[in-house]
Design a protein around this ligand. Structure first.
Ligand SMILES: Cc1ncc(COP(=O)(O)O)c(C=O)c1O
Length: 475
């Protein structure tokens, strides 16, 4: 794609063709991707596109200039508060995604504690190691300390005993997942919420993945742990409309049990020469296009449409879990409460298995070991890939046969990468990126050697290499 700023403009067809070309290698919604996509099906997707375009001109920065921003947000928030058993007086905000919802939940907890518990000078947050990385990001941005909470090494649910042992007077927030992204399990949220309430802390449920789906699974007859405001002590909950709400990327909700909690999330500024601002989220000018599309999805699919999709995804999940259980050499990592899960190999190389699935046209997510969670393959099901679960299951069983054994990557390579990651002088990052097979900016087809090395590195070295890689991608 040309990177020049042209002197004269090109015709419409030409610029649109360039965009299509640029997207030629992107992941597509063809039912073969078991990560990243939340595809409700072509008809609903087409409607979402139209709704997105219809709402594109509005700017959520000023709901008095663009009343549609307020109308849409209030409508979507109200509909979703009801789904998650929010009590009277509960409120919410539309955000740009799960990460923003979580960051605002942490900001609100911090600022609420500043106002109500001023003796706390070092705010801390109890965070299960299975909680999404965006909580670490929030902690990093907002000056809140993370206290890692262990998880049970078999169920991968937060260890409430460990949380209790680590509870101190300066904990402002306790976090639990509904469910965790990695293993698809719901933490013991009633116990975590009770612990938080006992110590005057707030309790956030990260239902970014589950919020728009668990209510419909329950209605479809799939039983499971409590996860929402029906639990006493849950003070806020995040739920992503751009995941199982089936809206395009760019919309999530942060819901709060009480209005004073949301007040702590707001930011206002009148100390400059321009217009006075009041922002509920981190952005200033903001699109409401995805929010409009979320509203259209809710209205178009209705509870029946969400319920039917939830049931389809759950049945497909049960099928694939059954395949893992029945296939020698494969093992589940935890047992999912929803339609996303992790599995691994008992002896063979899990990264070689991922490569074999890639060679058969599947997109899966190889994931590195951390704490009690071994290196594994993660699968996220959506309504469309669920239709192909039997096909994937057959391929999975076939690919799991005669896997090469797990081998440690060559020690000198791990050692060298470790040194580079820690800033060894005189090494060209471009050469390292090329050596890792990432020169083209995409994963190599045979990614197992790269994954084996990354998996063997300490997390800090891994993070450093990711920085190198990313910086190269955008140079
Ligand atoms: C449980 C959970 N929380 C938060 C997030 C962050 O969401 P986003 O990628 O929309 O920022 C994710 C993303 O997968 C998630 O699975």
């Amino acid at each position: 794609m040309t990177q020049a700023f042209p002197e004269t403009g090109a015709p419409r067809d030409q610029v649109l063709a360039a965009l299509r070309d640029a997207r030629a290698h992107d992941l597509v919604a063809d039912g073969r991707a078991f990560a990243f996509l939340y595809d409700p099906g072509e008809e609903a997707r087409a409607l979402a596109r139209e709704a997105f375009a219809a709402c594109m001109p509005a700017n959520g920065l000023d709901p008095t200039a663009y009343p549609s921003a307020r109308t849409l947000e209030n409508a979507v928030v109200k509909a979703c508060l009801e789904l998650v058993h929010a009590p009277a007086g509960a409120v919410g905000t539309a955000t740009a995604g799960g990460t923003e919802s979580v960051m605002l939940a942490v900001k609100a907890a911090r600022d609420h504690a500043r106002a109500t518990r001023p003796a706390i000078t070092r705010p801390r947050m109890l965070l299960p190691v299975t909680a999404h990385a965006c909580f670490h990001k929030a902690a990093h941005y907002l000056g809140v300390e993370v206290v890692d909470v262990d998880v049970d090494p078999t169920t991968f649910r937060a260890d409430v005993g460990d949380a209790r042992r680590k509870m101190t007077d300066d904990v402002i927030l306790v976090v639990g997942s509904a469910p965790s992204y990695t293993h698809g399990v719901i933490d013991d949220l009633p116990a975590l919420a009770a612990l938080a309430a006992e110590h005057g802390a707030l309790m956030h449920v990260d239902a970014c993945v589950g919020g728009c789906l668990l209510p419909f699974l329950r209605e479809a007859g799939v039983d499971g742990p409590a996860f929402d405001f029906a639990i006493d002590g849950v003070t806020s909950l995040s739920m992503d409309l751009h995941k199982y709400g089936f809206a395009p990327r760019g919309v999530s909700l942060l819901l709060q049990r009480r209005r004073d909690l949301r007040d702590a999330q707001y930011y206002t500024c009148a100390t400059w020469t321009g217009y006075s601002i009041i922002n509920s989220t981190t952005l200033g000018s903001k699109s409401v296009a995805a929010l409009g599309a979320a509203h259209a999805m809710i209205q178009h699919l209705g509870k029946v449409g969400y319920r039917e999709r939830a049931r389809r995804m759950w049945d497909a999940t049960q099928h694939l879990v059954g395949v893992v259980d029945a296939t020698p050499g494969l093992a589940m990592v935890g047992r999912p409460d929803m339609n996303l899960f992790a599995f691994t190999t008992t002896d063979g190389d899990v990264f070689a298995l991922a490569d074999r699935l890639t060679a058969r046209g599947w997109h899966v997510q190889p994931t590195y070991a951390f704490g009690p969670s071994p290196a594994h393959i993660h699968l996220t099901l959506d309504p469309e890939n669920a239709r192909r679960a039997r096909e994937l299951g057959d391929d999975l069983a076939a690919c799991a046969r005669d896997l090469p054994p797990r081998t440690a990557p060559p020690a000198p390579v791990v050692e060298l990468l470790g040194r580079i990651a820690s800033g060894a002088p005189g090494i060209d990052p471009r050469a390292v990126v090329a050596e890792m097979g990432l020169g083209a900016g995409t994963m190599p087809r045979e990614a197992a050697p790269l994954h084996r090395v990354m998996n063997a590195l300490a997390p800090a070295a891994r993070e450093q290499l990711l920085r190198l890689f990313f910086a190269e991608l955008f140079s």
